[in-house]
Write a protein that binds this ligand. Structure first.
Ligand code: GUN
Length: 294
């Protein structure tokens, strides 16, 4: 039987609607407008697209946003100066430095300079540490989006076996930790697999919830998935498609056509996890503004 499609666009729209109401309330009751600063260094075309989408998403729901577009040759010291300035700017509640940065700049040094209270990307070690021990902080947007997708789709995580394939710092490791927490909307039994895992399929087949975050096109095939599992595909891979005007198409880490015949529910690519990442960035920015108004 064909699986239920977990519609990221629709869930993202619902959450953005809820945020819009909170923003109105913040304006009325606290005279506060959430503000996001987006820092873009250089002219990476994919980064330019993401930054444009982030600014538009802010505009659409009433978050103030400002873009700082810097030359690829900017020095690390000057970039750090800008971060310091934004850290002190009271109309800015969230700072996002679009990655990747040019090679002459130490990415960690820049990300660690952002005040944890304004780290709406959730990449600062203070926020990652809080996540690990289950304290409130900012959660990284993509894994947070995965958790929200599961919650809004009515998936009961309590005691479920979640298998995460991939151990990146921005998706695999955080999502595994978030779903492991002894908290509501988590409490799962989590297994993390990676490129050195032996007999991967024997583990993925045990998953009630399978999260694919490997970055390899269509690697998860139907034989790796248990009948009735929920499958979340975090992958966004460009593969050649001469039939299309732009010459490529986007596919996930999961072989959608065959896996969707076997599992209970699945996220499509595009239109699954993707729309949730920016939504959770907005969520974190609104949360930061609420924290500052409290
Ligand atoms: N580059 C690719 N994904 C991301 C993200 O989630 N945040 C930032 N800051 N840069 C990225």
């Amino acid at each position: 039987m064909a699986a239920e499609i977990i519609d990221g666009n629709s869930i993202a729209k619902q959450i953005r609607g809820e945020l819009e109401e909170e923003i109105k309330k913040l304006k009325e009751e606290n005279n506060t407008t959430p503000g996001l600063a987006v820092v873009l260094v250089g002219e990476n075309p994919a980064s330019q697209v993401y930054v444009r989408m982030k600014n538009k998403a802010c505009h659409d729901i009433g978050v103030y946003s400002e873009q700082h577009s810097l030359s690829k040759d900017i020095s690390e010291a000057d970039l750090l100066k800008l971060i310091d300035k934004l850290n002190e700017d009271s109309k800015i509640h969230g700072i996002l430095v679009q990655l990747p940065l040019p090679e002459h700049i130490d990415e960690s040094k820049v990300l660690y300079r952002i005040k944890p209270e304004k780290d709406v990307d959730g990449f600062h070690p203070v926020n990652l540490g809080k996540m690990l021990i289950g304290e409130p902080g900012f959660l990284p947007c993509t894994p947070f989006g995965v958790q929200k997708l599961l919650i809004y789709s009515g998936v009961n995580l309590e005691g479920a076996h979640v298998v995460v394939v991939g151990r990146s710092n921005i998706v695999g490791k955080p999502v595994a930790n978030m779903l492991l927490q002894k908290q509501k909307d988590a409490n799962a039994t989590v297994t993390v697999c990676h490129s050195r895992t032996k007999d991967l399929a024997s583990i993925t087949r045990q998953a009630d919830v399978l999260i694919a975050a490997i970055g390899r096109p269509e690697m998860i095939t139907a034989d790796m998935v248990r009948e009735g599992a929920v499958v979340i595909d975090v992958g966004v891979n460009r593969v050649d498609d001469p039939g299309r005007k732009r010459g490529y198409k986007l596919v996930g880490d999961v072989k959608f056509d065959e896996v969707s015949q076997k599992c209970r529910a699945i996220t499509p690519v595009p239109g699954g996890v993707g729309p949730m990442t920016i939504t959770m960035l907005l969520y974190n920015t609104v949360k930061s503004a609420k924290n500052s108004a409290a």
